[in-house]
Ligand binder design. Structure first.
Ligand SMILES: [Zn+2]
Length: 383
């Protein structure tokens, strides 16, 4: 997936929205967009996010920067005293180090060697034993019945990559037992794709829907990984490309939608063209401003600070934004930011759920598949 015209992002993600190279994820691989556009300033345009006015609700996805886990390896055999600086795209390691890893250890502080008594060493061994048992149990609970013995799984290869199960990085391994007590094992990144595809989530091997209990476990595992900055999409190369970073953001947003109870597909957003994006902004603006009949207090509860200065939700009315002649990439970014605001600004989940519903209400007016998937939302809107 190392496409032509794609630059590798080895430096921190550029803050200027104009420098962004787009590209979206789909199950069939990453559709890459080539070319890049000059930064806003170079084009004599004002950035839609003036410095200091970055969205404040970045608990879900850092829209202006996406921090990724660093490779846990030593930099090289020559430089054992330094950690590798690449992103951990293959579990805990980068693509260069995951096959034969040598973990980097922080230099020990110079403390005097403790004098060990016999009972002291016994206690240490006991703690180590308990810890080993405990971590196995934790792994079993978090990653399923095959987590400590991959041979228990009925499938021998990973569904997406077709690689043997043994090659799945430990952090990404996930397994579950179906109602027949058959155990299936996956790379959680394949499951995260299924979750954000918008359809009913079925076991790819049996086509039987995955039970809600298992789905909850998949959700909490993905959340666990994202909180620890593991990317949940397949990444190639030494560092994530800007496309992949962007795809991770889209994935995060649609995963959040799913977690709030609204199954929506990344593809819906991916396939929106320039007109669709303008319509989406216009419809969402209309819903928010008057169609839903929300009071100021209700709006404030759903998107705190929605009308306040720099954190203002809709900075300009649709007519004005449309007259600024932004390109597709700008619109994608602006609309994804807007969706994040709706999904994350409120601290309570119930309010975030309302935000997600409003996003869906705008989506069904733009994307035919969304309208098909949510006929009741369409009916509520009366079309
Ligand atoms: Zn590395």
């Amino acid at each position: 997936m190392d496409g032509s015209g794609i630059k590798f992002a080895r430096r921190p993600f550029n803050l200027d929205p104009g420098c962004h190279t787009g590209g979206f994820f789909s199950l069939n691989g990453i559709r890459e967009m080539t070319g890049s556009r000059p930064a806003f300033k170079e084009r004599g345009l004002r950035s839609p996010f003036p410095s200091g006015a970055l969205p404040v609700c970045l608990c879900l996805v850092g829209m202006e920067s996406l921090e990724l886990r660093k490779c846990a390896n030593i930099k090289s055999k020559k430089h054992k005293d330094q950690p590798c600086s690449f992103s951990a795209t293959h579990g805990d390691y980068c693509s260069r180090h995951f096959k034969n890893p040598t973990r980097y250890l922080e230099p020990k502080q110079t403390l005097p060697d403790p004098v060990l008594t016999r009972s002291g060493s016994k206690a240490i061994l006991l703690i180590q034993r308990v810890w080993r048992r405990l971590s196995k149990r934790q792994r079993f609970l978090r990653q399923g019945p095959a987590a400590n013995c991959r041979d228990l799984a009925a499938n021998q290869t990973e569904v997406y990559s077709l690689d043997p199960l043994a090659s799945i990085p430990l952090a990404f391994f996930f397994s579950f037992a179906d109602s027949q007590k058959t155990i299936w094992a996956f790379d959680i990144r394949s499951l995260s794709h299924l979750v954000t595809e918008g359809n009913e989530i079925v076991n790819p091997y049996t086509r039987i829907p995955i039970p809600s209990e298992t789905l909850k476990r998949i959700h909490s595992r993905i959340l666990w990984l994202r909180q620890r900055k593991y990317p949940i999409l397949y990444a190639t190369g030494e560092s994530m490309t800007q496309e992949q970073i962007w795809n991770q953001k889209v994935l995060d947003v649609f995963f959040k939608m799913e977690a709030l109870g609204y199954r929506a597909s990344c593809r819906w957003f991916d396939e929106m063209n320039l007109t669709d994006h303008m319509t989406f902004y216009r419809r969402l603006h209309r819903l928010w401003m008057y169609q839903l009949g929300l009071t100021t207090a209700e709006k404030e509860a759903i998107v705190p600070g929605y009308n306040a200065g720099l954190s203002k939700l809709f900075r300009h009315p649709p007519d004005r934004v449309e007259s600024q002649n932004h390109d597709l990439r700008w619109w994608r970014r602006a609309n994804l930011n807007l969706i994040v605001e709706f999904l994350t600004r409120a601290p309570q989940k119930s309010q975030q759920g309302l935000g997600a519903l409003y996003i869906l209400m705008a989506l069904v007016q733009v994307v035919p598949e969304a309208a098909e998937a949510y006929p009741w939302v369409r009916e509520t809107l009366g079309f």
